[in-house]
Design a protein around this ligand. Structure first.
Ligand SMILES: Cc1cc2nc3c(=O)[nH]c(=O)nc-3n(C[C@H](O)[C@H](O)[C@H](O)COP(=O)(O)OP(=O)(O)OC[C@H]3O[C@@H](n4cnc5c(N)ncnc54)[C@H](O)[C@@H]3O)c2cc1C
Length: 509
């Protein structure tokens, strides 16, 4: 006798929607993912320009070391063999140059090598560095979910008192030298780290991941989105692109249907929002949530946005660089976001790897954090109709990024064949994220509960997933996908399956 599957509709076909959908589909749910853009992927989506592909978001991958959380999750889902990655350089996973001093540091990966690469430059700080790294790992170790340990608490509780120390104070507990403190904050742009605000646990988890080892895609990041969609489809589900959810119908305390732009009603047992939580509330009828709840969500500050430029390089001008390079304008400043006059204070650039990658790079991506207020004059304009002053502003900011990058790559300007910029407006319109927030909500150690959002809601069959909960990025979002899926499948059900799969695979090897 045929049994009817439970059905889940997932709103948003980005990283969170696809991971949650793949888990549920693999575990017997009938999954339908609704994605507004013509191409699925969200932060994983790639686009083509000048005959080559560029990635819109995800450039750096972590957690894929053998036995790492992403390695285990992707192995269980069967997507590991469908994506191609390469490790960044062990002896220089990240490079940072300061424009003011001309000094460059090269930071190694691997726990011992990381300490060694910094202690070489700051020999008096060796002991402090060792104690700092021990504490970074100790904080991460308290997050059972990070190590896929069965858990008996709701999502990522703030376990230790040290979780909510401001990250800058946390570093200063161990490090005296202000240059080294600054250097240890190098990855702040990867989580919108802010002085006196960002909690030590965010700094620690991200740094643990990068110290353990970073990778990058070979070819477009789209390959992971496509691999996850395949898992959903192979298990009988559907992934629909060009299906923007415009309206959610709610009766009593339950969703009865979601309506897409073409007017079609889609119904299911469970509805999972994998979009910005604020944007989801905009789709819900007024009566679905109390005013107090909406007010609380609206009060959570968003993370910064970003201005990115995509470059086609002339042949044989810029070498392929197998790590991320950071350039900052000033000495002794943790990556500042900068205002309209002094933007950018810093940037990151990458030469994405291609299949059969040779000695020279053919493309480059440069990105810098940017606050939403910088594009305020055009916030009510639409793509293609933003006006000449916007295009002028965009071009000027493109040139500013190139100027700063030239500190590290003096021949960059001559090497550019084509360049195109993308502002926070693109991020907002493209991902549907309020204020073009690149990492969801900000976490503030002075009020840590403000940004805490539970995956269950007062609407009985509506659940949240995605980067607005817990932590963003390639590690945080899949871990939250597990938390959300386990609400429907049972606590620790997925974690146990992942671990069993990993042990069985390891035993076979
Ligand atoms: C420029 C940039 C660089 C980044 N670099 C990295 C990196 O190197 N490493 C890393 O780990 N993380 C990086 N991130 C962060 C990472 O991309 C995000 O944390 C992650 O993609 C968030 O996943 P998500 O599913 O929550 O949201 P998204 O990936 O944004 O997915 C949301 C999806 O929902 C869709 N959607 C929105 N509204 C609707 C609607 N009404 N109906 C249907 N669909 C809708 C959107 O189109 C989108 O596809 C970067 C982000 C940006 C923007």
């Amino acid at each position: 006798m045929e049994t009817t599957k439970n059905k889940a509709i997932i709103i948003g076909g980005g990283l969170g929607g696809l991971f949650t959908g793949a888990i549920l589909a693999k575990e017997g749910w009938d999954v339908e993912v609704l994605e507004k853009n013509r191409t699925i992927g969200g932060g994983l989506q790639s686009f083509r320009r000048w005959g080559m592909s560029f990635d819109t978001g995800m450039h750096m991958l972590v957690g894929f070391e053998p036995g790492g959380n992403l390695d285990k999750i992707c192995s269980y889902l069967g997507v590991l063999d469908r994506i191609e990655m390469r490790k960044v350089d062990d002896d220089c996973a990240d490079e940072i140059t300061c424009a003011a001093t001309g000094k460059t540091y090269r930071v190694a990966q691997g726990r011992e090598a990381f300490i060694e690469s910094l202690a070489r430059e700051f020999p008096d700080e060796r002991e402090g560095l060792e104690r700092y790294v021990d504490h970074v790992y100790a904080i991460t170790d308290q997050v059972g979910l990070f190590y896929l340990r069965p858990y008996d608490y709701d999502s990522w509780q703030m376990i230790g008192d040290d979780f909510t120390i401001p990250a800058d104070e946390f570093i200063a507990m161990y490090i005296k030298d202000k240059h080294l403190r600054d250097l240890l904050s190098l990855r702040s742009p990867l989580f919108d780290g802010r002085v006196g605000e960002t909690p030590a646990y965010v700094h620690s988890i991200i740094n643990t991941l990068y110290i353990d080892g970073a990778r990058r895609f070979v070819g477009p990041s789209q390959q992971l989105a496509d691999a996850l969609a395949q898992v959903i489809e192979e298990n009988g589900g559907k992934v629909l692109a060009g299906a923007e959810v415009k309206e959610v119908e709610v009766e009593g305390k339950r969703i009865t249907a979601v309506v897409t732009a073409d007017g079609e009603r889609h119904t299911a047992d469970a509805y999972i929002s994998a979009i910005h939580v604020g944007s989801m509330l905009d789709l819900m009828p007024e009566h679905a949530f109390t005013k107090a709840y909406r007010k609380r969500i609206d009060a959570i500050p968003n993370t910064c946005s970003a201005f990115t430029i995509f470059i086609k390089l002339k042949p044989n001008m810029i070498p392929y660089i197998n790590h991320t390079t950071y350039v900052k304008r000033h000495d002794e400043s943790v990556f500042d976001l900068g205002g309209p006059q002094d933007w950018p204070q810093g940037l990151m650039y990458m030469t994405p790897a291609q299949p059969g990658q040779g000695e020279w790079a053919d493309r480059m991506v440069i990105t810098a954090p940017m606050t939403w207020d910088q594009i305020a004059p055009w916030e009510n304009t639409k793509h293609g109709h933003r006006g000449g002053d916007y295009l002028k502003w965009k071009d000027e900011h493109t040139q500013r990024l190139i100027d700063l990058a030239c500190v590290s790559l003096p021949n960059l300007r001559d090497a550019i064949a084509e360049v195109e910029g993308s502002s926070p407006l693109t991020v907002r319109d493209y991902y549907g994220a309020r204020e073009g927030a690149i990492y969801g909500y900000r976490k503030d150690c002075r009020d840590i509960m403000l940004s805490h959002i539970a995956p269950v809601t007062k609407v009985q069959n509506l659940y949240y997933t995605g980067q607005c909960l817990n932590l963003h990025g390639i590690c945080g979002v899949p871990l939250t996908a597990i938390v959300t899926a386990e609400i429907l499948l049972g606590r620790n059900y997925v974690i146990n399956k992942i671990n069993q799969h990993y042990e069985a695979t390891a035993a076979k090897a």
